[in-house]
Design a protein around this ligand. Sequence first.
Ligand code: FAD
Ligand code: NAD
Length: 461
Amino acid sequence: MPKHDLVVIGAGPGGYVAAIRAAQLGFDTACIEREPALGGTCLRIGCIPSKALLESSELFREATHSFAAHGVKVGSVELDLATMLARKDATVDSLTKGVAGLFKKNKVTRYEGHAKFVTPTKLAVQGKSGVIEIEATHVVIATGSTSAPLAGFELDGDRIGTSTEALAWPAVPKSLVVIGAGAIGLELGSVWSRLGAKVTVLEYLDRILPGMDAELATEAKKIFEKQGLVFRLGARVKSAKRDGDACIVEIEGQEPLRAERVLLAVGRRPNTQGLGLETIGLALDERGRIPVDAHFATKIAGVSAIGDVIAGPMLAHKAEEEGIACVEFLKTGHGHVNYDAIPSVVYTAPEVASVGKTEEDLKRANVPYKKGSFPFLANGRAKAIGHTEGRVKILVHEKTDRILGVHILGAHAGDLIAEAAVAIEFGASGEDLARTSHAHPSLAEIVKEAALATQGRAIHI
Ligand code: FAD
Ligand code: NAD
């Protein structure tokens, strides 16, 4: 029976990064993944294919809506959806193969098949050619998550689908109903809206993007509405069914909606089924997640867990940080994840990005704070590139000036937020950011000006 120092179950961003770091630290490491391609949800059916389609569909929209203002005449613009989808698939393919290359380079042994615990240190792997057993001193569970179902939904893998299907629809639907105004609903709703679908987003809450700064979410909603998305807030969806070639979506207390396709995007749930957790006596929490301590150890000796399968935001970079910290704790006793400095980005146009506390968090916790805000409209680079929507908002502690949260709605917000994450990680003050030189002309100057604004001394407004 093969034996390894450390075996990771799942090759998503949590699992494959944990395996590489473990190998770097000198563990004889293996990774079990049931899919033929490595990279998990993120690379195969999540972050990467969605960002490829967001980029392509935004270029299509810009060609029809923005190029003329730059003096670029392109004549009639046509959509070649098959090429767009093929480009997305090629991007995914090159990245998943890249992970296989990294495994080889770092001497991580790869097993293809479904892993199940036999004992805490012995796993059965059901592959194409049968079952093999593997022994390990340490096992890291990184099995991720899948789309959460909704009672009353007849997911048919075609007209009524999850993000996985919506990343591969072969034709642009005339009408699309999206259930859920979270990251997936807004990103994939934007993709199909830009390509010509009439998109209606149904959201149970009275706002979009729960968890993000409420003021910026309201501003973002207005921008998305101008782009053509229709929102119905306070809409609790009861069911979605096929009716011939159409779908009927029933909403509590409202008229049903008809659409060509339906995207269910109401969250994700941890992947723990069929892992044999009951065999080793590992109980789940009330939301089906694997409970861990501050070192990512479960209650069962030798078994750790990271990523979407444990508590916390379901984000690829959060899973990566946990993967690294988990194996560093196992090898050295030291590791580090700062949950106050994990950025979150929604890749709409404009993007919405956030790190640290929101105003709502600070009010709830009675933390005294000051805020500084600066609009993209007053920044030279934003004007030059023609992306003037949105703002940067910085929240600092009223007494200590420590940066508590940064929220950005605007072009390249997902890149701009990195500076804010570093500032929070290093315990920077608003004044630290305000006194740091930022290149001119750059969008990063908006971050500096928002920091100046926390002290009432922004220059350009
Ligand atoms: P996963 O990536 O889910 O990987 C788990 C792996 O384990 C899978 O490959 C699975 O096949 C394997 N597995 C499960 N059980 C077993 C078993 N018993 N045996 C063997 N293998 C098993 N996050 C971001 O940060 N940025 C984004 O832009 C972003 N966009 C997204 C877009 C979409 C459409 C979706 C669906 C998600 C997106 N996410 C994004 C979320 C991100 O994909 C997840 O947070 C991330 O993939 C979690 O990583 P993980 O390693 O914990 O799990
Ligand atoms: P989400 O939790 O972000 O949003 C789901 C939304 O659906 C919520 O607003 C919720 O109120 C609403 N909802 C729930 N039940 C409903 C009902 N019956 N009727 C109407 N609305 C309902 O979940 P998601 O958008 O599915 O994304 C899943 C996970 O994937 C998230 O954790 C997200 O962080 C991650 N993700 C991240 C990115 C990114 O980082 N850019 C992109 C995509 C997905």
